[in-house]
Write a protein that binds this ligand. Structure first.
Ligand code: ZN
Length: 423
């Protein structure tokens, strides 16, 4: 052990928890949750709070055209690209106190710990706050990270409207005007590495009494729609042989899909939505429209299951017409080995119980992984409950995650090796 100070020793549990709880008052709900949707008045107020935190610890603020915020602590070599950490502060309408906001609070805590330890790093270290990860008001989400990484263009996002007909273009100026002290930044400025801390949103860490999940990737997904078209007819008078019953055909398809696609226990297969037309007790249904969501870590296998789903749907297209189409697809991403190794090493050095794991949910880190070496740090949340006002986590677990984050940022901040995929 060198006698050099470790940033993790300066992570302050009380300070972190106080910030976490204070941020949760912006859009707080009566049931102890948070409703802080993207570009809402509550979210804009929270942005001002982050500006205050940034100023208090001497960081420099930047903002881009979609409203992503960045708070920078300079490094000693101005020519080097920054190490970034952070997440999002928007929430679901009945969201919890920790989803996204923990990654932002932990980022501030880690950088403050680095400063308090008196560590000068070669690279700048930045808190990133990505706009509209959740997509609950403006769908689909991940707007900030996708715009920054060049996955989707600003022009595609600006016309997106919420339920009231307010567009991103309408809502954005108020958010941009709320942080006049932030300097404008272009999308896609080089990033040396990105590290996102987040609650697990699943039950694994708590069940295994681990404190940190070293996230090795994010599982891919295929989202589909199936439309079964039959013929509306009288329930009493139509002979069985002449019926084109959409519910009957859809039931056969659904049964077959659950049997075949669920074959591998690693597969997550969901039919979460089903609309029946006309949905009347004494009328044979003319149409069933349902959703399919398939997830699996192995992208090749996932694609095979999507193709098999399409084949199963086609098989039952005899009496009724069956159409299946894809609405979204993404392959699994595998995070950079050197990044996950760095997180693992920090856990070992801090004697923090950890396990390597794949993320079942999507995160901004997916988009960042397309432009720089990326990894994530998961911390446990109570019973795995998330996207729920009851979402909970312990101050000690949040502290331990921030400690790992602080030490990995320190290491990356002094890494001048260009072997990784620098942009
Ligand atoms: Zn999140």
């Amino acid at each position: 052990m060198s006698d050099k100070k470790r940033a993790s020793d300066f992570v302050d549990e009380e300070r972190l928890w106080a910030r976490q709880m204070y941020l949760a008052t912006f859009g707080e709900t009566s049931k102890g949750g948070v409703n802080r949707q993207a570009l809402s008045a509550e979210e804009i107020e929270a942005r001002k709070l982050l500006m205050d935190w940034s100023a208090e610890i001497g960081l420099t603020a930047f903002i881009d055209d979609i409203g992503n915020l960045f708070f920078r602590r300079d490094g000693t070599d101005p020519a080097l690209a920054p190490v970034m950490t952070g997440s999002h502060i928007d929430s679901q309408p009945t969201g919890g106190k920790f989803d996204g906001s923990y990654g932002v609070v932990a980022a501030f805590e880690a950088i403050q710990a680095i400063i308090d330890a008196g560590l000068e790093l070669k690279r700048p270290v930045e808190v990133a706050v990505w706009l509209n990860e959740e997509g609950s008001r403006f769908a689909p989400g991940m707007m900030g990270s996708e715009a920054y990484a060049g996955v989707r263009s600003l022009d595609d996002m600006l016309p997106v409207t919420d339920r009231e007909g307010v567009s991103v273009k309408d809502a954005l100026p108020a958010a941009l005007a709320a942080t006049p002290d932030a300097t404008h930044r272009e999308f896609g400025c080089p990033v040396f590495a990105f590290l996102e801390a987040h609650i697990e949103q699943g039950p694994v860490l708590e069940a295994e009494e681990k404190v940190v999940g070293v996230v090795t990737g994010i599982q891919g997904v295929r989202r589909m729609r199936v439309r079964v078209t039959g013929e509306e007819a009288h329930a009493g008078t139509t002979p069985t042989a002449e019926r084109k019953d959409a519910i009957q055909a859809a039931s056969k398809i659904v049964t077959e899909l659950y049997e075949q696609i669920n074959e591998d226990p690693q597969t997550k297969f969901t039919i979460g939505m089903m609309n029946i037309t006309p949905n009347v007790p004494s009328v044979i249904s003319s149409e069933v429209l349902f959703s399919i969501d398939i997830r699996h870590e192995n992208s090749e296998y996932l694609e095979k299951m999507a193709v098999r789903t399409e084949a199963i749907c086609a098989e039952f297209g005899d009496v009724c017409k069956v159409e299946a189409w894809r609405i979204a697809e993404s392959d699994s991403v595998y995070f950079d080995d050197r990044m996950t190794a760095a997180v693992e090493e920090a856990c070992v050095a801090l004697k923090t119980p950890y396990r390597r794991m794949f993320s079942a949910a999507g995160h901004d880190a997916r988009q960042l992984s397309y432009i720089c070496p990326t990894a994530m740090i998961f911390v446990p949340c109570e019973k795995g409950i998330s996207h729920n006002e009851a979402e909970n986590a312990t101050p000690g677990d949040l502290r331990d995650g921030a400690k790992v984050l602080a030490d990995v940022l320190t290491k990356l901040g002094n890494d001048t090796d260009t072997n990784t995929k620098e942009v």
